[in-house]
Design a protein around this ligand. Structure first.
Ligand SMILES: [Zn+2]
Length: 139
């Protein structure tokens, strides 16, 4: 079972023991050490509610880091598109169709399309990728 433990320096950590008795035995022999400072005078942490809150906070921090990473990737993709493709604005569907049917010069474009237009394009077998576009913020 997993125990929430705390050392004299208030580092909290988790450790696995077969049971409470096993933990007590190892602790008496000084074999349970704080991974942060190496102190072996660890105790079972009594502030369980606080610990679960900090776990939730850690989880939230992890999730927001992942979200930031996703945003960064998206920004990169957006930059690539902006650098390499012609912006055609709301005429995207029309232009994509013209390119597909060879009515205009073949090139990479990007722009806005309504949901209906997007559906029509895919029904006609026209390749395009929908990416969530972040608008530049004013801040
Ligand atoms: Zn410690």
């Amino acid at each position: 079972m997993v125990f929430d433990l705390i050392c004299p320096n208030k580092h909290t950590f988790e450790a696995w023991f077969k049971d409470s008795k096993a933990f007590d035995g190892l602790r008496r022999k000084g074999q349970v050490e704080c991974p942060t400072c190496g102190d072996s005078k660890v105790e079972k942490a009594l502030m369980a509610p606080n610990i679960s809150t900090s776990k939730k906070q850690a989880q939230a921090a992890k999730e927001s880091a992942m979200a930031a990473q996703a945003t960064q990737m998206l920004a990169k993709m957006q930059k690539h598109v902006e650098d390499n493709c012609d912006y055609v604005g709301p005429a995207f569907a029309e232009e994509a169709r013209k390119i597909h049917y060879g009515e205009t010069e073949k090139r990479d474009i990007y722009g806005e399309a309504t949901k209906t237009e997007a559906t029509e394009l895919s029904e006609e077998g026209i390749d395009f990728t929908a990416i969530p576009w972040t608008q530049p913020t004013d801040s």
